[in-house]
Write a protein that binds this ligand. Sequence first.
Ligand code: C2E
Ligand code: MG
Ligand code: MG
Ligand code: MG
Length: 286
Amino acid sequence: VAKDAGKGQWRRYQPELHAVIVERLQLRTELERSLVAGGFELEFQPILTLADSTVAGFEALVRWNHPTRGRLLPGQFIDVAEESGHIVALGRWILIQAITEACRWHATAGGAAPYVSVNVSLRQFRSAGFLASVHAALSHAGLPPHRLMIEITESMLMRDDDRILADLAALRREGVRIAIDDFGTGYSSLSYLHQVPLDAVKLDKLFTASITTDPKQAALVDGIIRLARTLGLDVIAEGIETAAEHVLLASLGCPYGQGFRFARPLTPQATLSMIIEEFDTIAAPI
Ligand code: C2E
Ligand code: MG
Ligand code: MG
Ligand code: MG
């Protein structure tokens, strides 16, 4: 826009551009400080079995208690962390923290305990020693690997990178489960689904938001669920906000879902309370 407006106009936009750059540099510095001083927290959003509304797992979602700006959501800092490379250290902290919490769940609920699902970004996944760090975190905590799910993005698979595929396969051999996050938002073809070492797809919330109003979207989701089942993949629908969405997805055979309809992301303490409650219900004599 600035370029189209001509040479004279360029200057007019500079202060704004400058402000954006300064803000990002500042965020980067503050991120670094918070990584050392501790300013990050995880919340956990339940992932439910849609047929009976029991809890199957929890997705770990990072939050930043910024020194001056208050609580920030990942959309406000993850891309800066990725750009600056701080995502590697932050991601390592997130992974260890998530696994530590999952161990508490395990200690409470034993074999019935929910799994933990952790978002991993491209830069973190490709960083040196990532595989070893996952392995070390699991064995140090003593968490069975199948209690960990790693969420990657479609764009990571679109790179046609053999090392990524090999690392995904290695994780799966260890027992860690792999899911594609925000499935359906990339311009990917469905043909890669059977070529990639995978356990689940997380259907993006854009689909969920339109299935009850748009029959074409519902048909598309129906097709994706069938295809996934044929390929032996689980489907987790994201962003379920209404009972109608829940009922429709369940009737289409979608096995799992998460969303505000069931619960917002919870503090670690509230997560543990929920698990204790669920576990008591299951363990209670009839
Ligand atoms: P995501 O992995 O797709 O996570 C789901 C996001 O949808 C979360 O936003 C969650 O709070 C939100 N959500 C859950 N249920 C509903 C619903 O019913 N309706 C709507 N409208 N939204 C819902 P959040 O926590 O702001 O995270 C945004 C994104 O940031 C995540 O999307 C993920 O891509 C990224 N992210 C979050 N935590 C991490 C992390 O630890 N590491 C990395 N690399 N990325 C993360
Ligand atoms: Mg996710
Ligand atoms: Mg998602
Ligand atoms: Mg995402």
